[in-house]
Every structure is written in structure tokens, then in C-alpha cells.
Design a protein around this ligand. Structure first.
Ligand SMILES: Nc1ncnc2c1ncn2[C@@H]1O[C@H](COP(=O)(O)OP(=O)(O)O)[C@@H](O)[C@H]1O
Ligand SMILES: [Mg+2]
Length: 288
């Protein structure tokens, strides 16, 4: 479990806090989506989970972050990286090798994984990411989506219990974005890996994440199950977050007094809402 308690962080020399008074528990097996506008503190929050903050960025750090009981301030980054695998926003900056398999091998050797286990882990990670054919490919020749998968494969080969990703679909088209999320879902459901993902594409998050954390100006303004968080579109709007169009439609229908149920955040729910609206209309007509 990840337990963040009263966490505040201000980068050295910055005028204001990047994070202020964050309290958040992320249970094992969660699939948490972090949303918020640019500068809201999303990346800094991911840095607080993998120890980049405060170990690589100097600044004022208050409060605590415990990863399975391990305090990130006391733990070395090496130790933390065994618990938390990270896929950073700048994926090119993260990749160290020039060939896909070397990228994966590099991490395994770095973690001193027994050599009898290495080949198995390598093939397994490539297969799980759906890219076994890319094993010998030069990383520079990969598409954005392939590169993203190779980076995630390199992390999953290390078998962390938690994977943190910062805008993994940032440069991907809708289809590749979806594939990445399907892969994350599989890691989450079949391997029990906790997923924490910063993502701008709200519909994707609403479909795949279990819970959402909404950041605004360094503050965690809302956190809960996806359906719950979507019941307050006003909070999302003021945090500068796009709202799924089906949710906006629900709001409009409510304003007109045509609907009083829960706001939908995906298509199946929207269908149920429309059925509700049409049934009510039918009932009114019959009563005349
Ligand atoms: N290395 C840094 N040094 C100083 N300030 C930074 C640094 N990185 C980010 N910030 C500031 O911290 C705040 C949060 O940034 P960030 O976590 O990158 O937000 P997001 O990922 O939501 O866009 C912003 O005000 C940003 O300008
Ligand atoms: Mg960011």
C-alpha cells in the first residue's frame, strides 16, 4: 500500500509549493488515474512515489510517503525502484540502450537478477507487452506506441508491485493509447500490480481506472471511485479538467428537469440514462 500523509513539497528556489497537504492512500491492486491541468503537480506527485522527490530534486519536503511501510525519505532510490517501477513522461530520456532487448536486460542485470532467470523474464515481459517481434529492433526505429510498450516491458520485467506512469499516451494516437491502457489493465487484473497513471485523456481513464485523483494548484481536490468523482463535474471543471461528453449531457438533462439519476461517464451508462429519460417521457404521455 502507498500511504501519503500531509505531503508538501516546494522545489528549491520556487515561489510556491508544487504539492500542498496531500493525504492519499493507494491500496494494493488499485488502478488510480491522476488528472489536473498543466502545472497542477501531477508529475511531482509521481516523483514523490518513486523517490525522485526528494532524492533528485532539492527542496522543502514535509510529511511522509510510505511505500509498503518503506519511508521514501529514508529508503535509497535503488531500494525504492524495486517496489515502484516508473515510466517517465520523457521516455527518450529514460531509455538507456539502443536495442529493445538490451533495454530490458540492462534493468535485470542492474537488479542482479540471477542469470538463469534472465531469459525467462525477458521473453515474458516482451510477450506480455505484445511486442515479442520487436526484441532485436533498434529503439530509434520504433513508433511512439512501440517505444512506450518497450519502456513498460523493461519495467515489468523487474516485477515491481507498483507501476507509476506519467502521461504514457501523451504522444500516441487513440488506438495506440487504448492498447497501452489494455496492457495496463492486464497487468493490474492478472498480475495484481498497482497502477498509478497520470493521463489527460479523461474517457480512457474513466473506462480503465478504478479511482481518480484530481489535482489543482498542488492540492488534491478530489479523490474517489471514478463514478463518484464524476458526480461533481463542477469540481473537475474548476480544476481545468475536461469532462466526458456523456457526463455533460447528463448535466444538461438534469438542468432541464428531465433526468435525476447518477451522471454517466461511459457509453453503457449513457445508454441507461437515455432509456430512463425516454421511459419517463413515455410515462408522462401515458398519464395525459
Ligand atoms: N524542477 C523544477 N523546479 C522548480 N519548479 C518546478 C520544477 N518542476 C516543476 N515545477 C513547478 O512545480 C509545479 C508543479 O509542476 P508539475 O508537477 O510538473 O505539474 P504537472 O505535471 O501537473 O503539469 C509547477 O508550478 C511547476 O512550474
Ligand atoms: Mg507533468
Amino acid at each position: 500500500m502507498i500511504a501519503i500523509k500531509d505531503l508538501s513539497f516546494r522545489y528549491a528556489g520556487a515561489e510556491k509549493n508544487a504539492l500542498s497537504g496531500i493525504n492519499l492512500e493507494i491500496p494494493d491492486g488499485d488502478f488510480l488515474g491522476i488528472i489536473g491541468s498543466s502545472g497542477a503537480g501531477k508529475s511531482t506527485l509521481t516523483y514523490a512515489l518513486n523517490g525522485v522527490v526528494p532524492h533528485h530534486y532539492a527542496g522543502d519536503f514535509y510529511g511522509s510517503v510510505l511505500i509498503n511501510g518503506l519511508d521514501t525519505v529514508d529508503a535509497g532510490t535503488e531500494n525504492l525502484s524495486r517496489q515502484v517501477g516508473s515510466v517517465f513522461q520523457d521516455i527518450d530520456g529514460q531509455m538507456v540502450a539502443s536495442v529493445v532487448e538490451d533495454e530490458i536486460l540492462f534493468g535485470l542485470e542492474n537488479f542482479a537478477v540471477d542469470h538463469t532467470e534472465i531469459e525467462g523474464r525477458l521473453t515474458e515481459a516482451l510477450a506480455a507487452a505484445g511486442i515479442p517481434e520487436l526484441r532485436k529492433r533498434a529503439i530509434s526505429t520504433l513508433s511512439g506506441g512501440q517505444k512506450q510498450k518497450a519502456a513498460i516491458a523493461a519495467i515489468t520485467a523487474l516485477r515491481p508491485r507498483i507501476i507509476v506512469l506519467d502521461e504514457p499516451s501523451g504522444e500516441l494516437d487513440p488506438r495506440s493509447s487504448r492498447k497501452i491502457f489494455e496492457y495496463l489493465k492486464e497487468l493490474n487484473e492478472q498480475h495484481g500490480i498497482t497502477i498509478v497513471v497520470v493521463e489527460q485523456k479523461i474517457m480512457l481513464l474513466c473506462e480503465f481506472a478504478k479511482r481518480l485523483a484530481v489535482m489543482e494548484g498542488g492540492v488534491l481536490v478530489r479523490h474517489g471511485a471514478v463514478g463518484e468523482v464524476l458526480q461533481r463535474p463542477d469540481i473537475l471543471e474548476s480544476a481545468g479538467v475536461n469532462i466526458p461528453r456523456v457526463t455533460t449531457l447528463g448535466e444538461r438533462l438534469r438542468e432541464k428537469g428531465l433526468y435525476s439519476g447518477a451522471l454517466p461517464h461511459d457509453l453503457p451508462q449513457a445508454q441507461l440514462m437515455m432509456k430512463d429519460v425516454l421511459d419517463a417521457k413515455e410515462a408522462r404521455r401515458a398519464a395525459l
